[in-house]
Design a protein around this ligand. Structure first.
Ligand code: GDP
Length: 534
């Protein structure tokens, strides 16, 4: 075991060794393949291919697995824990669909860092850029992996330049590729003065590592053809002159990203990236909360819900709340306070997402993700503590960009429909607005595909055929202000007022002009497009 130094020896070692992160990338860049190799080197799976294929036999291993099968969505892939050297990695999956959604944003509130995967031939693509910007909002440290170097890829300087220009972040090379495409031999590990050569014969093997004494080491002449070696020496020299050196503090502050080059499918460069996550990635960070910040090393346990997955078993209507532990050492069976309702909750069957299998969590530390099965008490944004009334902040809800009316095909089933809609709203899959005048519900989403997904889930999970129709409204804003002002405003605008699924007041309109007018006419009322979950 490589004994890697922990950045914060002052923290309890169990916390200091944790690295909780997500992978951000454009579809097809290699996120799944890289995840698989992480698990392979983390000892969590024996063979690549298991993450995608998920043998049927594995699925029936427990009730939970059966639920996953019903739902067709892999719950265990939402969070995966595995060990590498002396680190514990918690990899949180970002939703794969290309509709940017709050889901993605909220997932990123549960991590301390992100690994950005770019395709060496394509560079920074649209989805990567969007996700990057979300990370930037929180100054998340970013480590970059440039994948598919075994294919024809772009010039190394071009790739680095594009990242610097498009994402406005400094880049420092942690490794440097030798040759491209068919000629790709491997990388020079700039940080450790090692030569990593790719093994094309065995895709699951870790590359051979040759310790060398700098780029002038005569050993290199034996291992690298003269033309490639000359190019390597030249390029690394230029890179060292032009690009910033690796300053760990700057990485932690999110100003500088180290980049590794590799080929996930050939397992190449993955081990170095993992070492990089351990060495340069942050340990669990303090969590902003009201009325005070939570530090991971506090002995009292706290955590917050960043994701809810409902209806994993249509027969039982249960859900799993994904909780990011913010502080302390959690133990199974603990009684925690559910701050929103001020009620105690005994957490008797928490699930830890060890990648190899889903296991009951006996303990979890700050930085870990646990799943808590429940019947709907736990909602996104909820905080759990050992009694203190703390509320984790910074988990927002965005005004939807698309609104439609929804009706049950059978008008007698509207109560049923309400129940189904509320459940999806709690899961964060949609916003549901109940207008004060008239019947029916208005559903708001961010991406147009989500209406279709919702319609089919309502039918599948509730046996309720529904239809979505265009609504007279196109925008929703939350109404804030002192009660008398808000009352006066809602009374005068009844036909525009609705309540969201939390009971908060919403103003619906189709005209930006209306919103501007209200700001003028009702100076004591504030209309906002973002609401903080509480
Ligand atoms: P995701 O959509 O980001 O999860 O991407 P996948 O991991 O599914 O990869 C997309 C495609 O690229 C698949 O066909 C992979 O086999 C392929 N791929 C992934 N990594 C590499 C690589 O290092 N080299 C090559 N040539 N192909 C790769």
């Amino acid at each position: 075991m490589l004994d890697t130094k922990l950045n914060r020896p002052d923290l309890p070692a169990e916390i200091a060794r944790r690295r909780t992160f997500a992978i951000i990338s454009h579809p097809d860049a290699g996120k799944t393949t890289l995840t698989e190799k992480f698990l392979l080197f983390g000892g969590a799976i024996q063979m690549a291919g298991q993450v995608r294929a998920k043998g049927e036999a594995r699925r029936t291993r427990s009730d939970f697995m059966a639920m996953e099968k019903d739902r067709g969505i892999s719950v265990s892939a939402s969070a995966m824990s595995f060990d590498f050297h002396n680190f514990r990695f918690n990899l949180v999956d970002t939703p794969g669909h290309s509709d940017f959604s709050e889901d993605t944003y909220r997932t990123l509130t549960a991590v301390d860092a992100a690994v950005m995967v770019v395709d060496g031939a394509k560079g920074v693509e649209s989805q990567t850029q969007k996700l990057f910007e979300v990370c930037r909002l929180r100054d998340l440290p970013i480590l970059t992996f440039c994948n598919k170097m075994d294919r024809e890829s772009r010039d190394t300087f071009d790739i680095i330049d594009e990242i610097q220009q498009n994402l406005a972040i400094d880049v420092t090379p942690a490794s440097w590729p030798i040759g491209v495409g068919r000629e790709f031999l491997g990388c020079y590990d700039i940080l450790n003065d090692r030569l990593e050569l790719m093994d094309r014969a065995d895709r699951n093997r870790v590359a051979e590592s040759v310790r060398i004494d700098g780029l002038d080491d005569p050993k290199l002449d034996e291992l690298i053809p003269a033309n490639l070696l000359e190019k390597l020496r030249e390029e690394v020299e230029i890179a060292r002159e032009l690009l910033p050196p690796l300053d760990p503090q700057s990485v932690l502050e999110g100003h500088l990203t180290p980049i590794w080059f590799g080929s996930a499918i050939n397992s190449f460069g993955v081990k170095e990236l993992m070492e990089g996550i351990g060495t340069y990635g942050p340990e669990p960070q303090p969590q902003s909360a009201d009325p005070r910040q939570i530090s991971p090393e506090e002995t009292k346990v706290s955590g917050f819900v960043f994701k809810v997955q409902a209806n994993m078993d249509p027969k039982h209507r249960d859900r799993v709340a994904f909780v990011r532990m913010a502080s302390g050492q959690f133990k199974r069976g603990m009684k925690l306070t559910h701050v929103r309702s001020k009620k105690p909750m005994t957490i008797s069957n928490p699930v830890l997402f060890l990648a190899a299998d889903r296991e009951l969590a006996d303990e979890a530390w700050a930085g870990d993700i646990i799943g808590i099965p429940n019947h709907g008490q736990l909602r996104i944004g909820d905080t759990l503590t050992e009694g203190e009334m703390l509320r984790v902040t910074g988990i927002p809800s965005f005004a939807p960009e698309l609104l439609q009316t929804v009706r049950a095909n059978d008008p007698l089933k509207s109560k049923h429909l309400e129940k189904a809609l509320m459940q999806f709203a709690e899961e964060g899959a949609a916003k549901v607005f109940k207008p004060t005048i008239g019947s029916g519900f208005i559903v708001g989403v961010v991406g147009p595909l989500q209406f279709e997904v919702l319609a089919s889930r309502i039918e599948l999970e509730y046996g309720l055929p529904v239809r979505f129709e265009s609504s007279q409204f196109t925008s929703a804003r939350w109404v804030n202000g002192e009660k008398p002002a808000v009352d006066k405003f809602t009374e005068a605008n009844k036909q525009h007022i609705a309540h969201d699924n939390d009971g908060d007041i919403v103003y619906l309109t189709r005209l930006q002009w209306d919103i501007d007018r209200i700001e003028r006419d009702y100076p004591d009322v504030r209309l906002t497009a973002i609401k903080e979950m509480q």
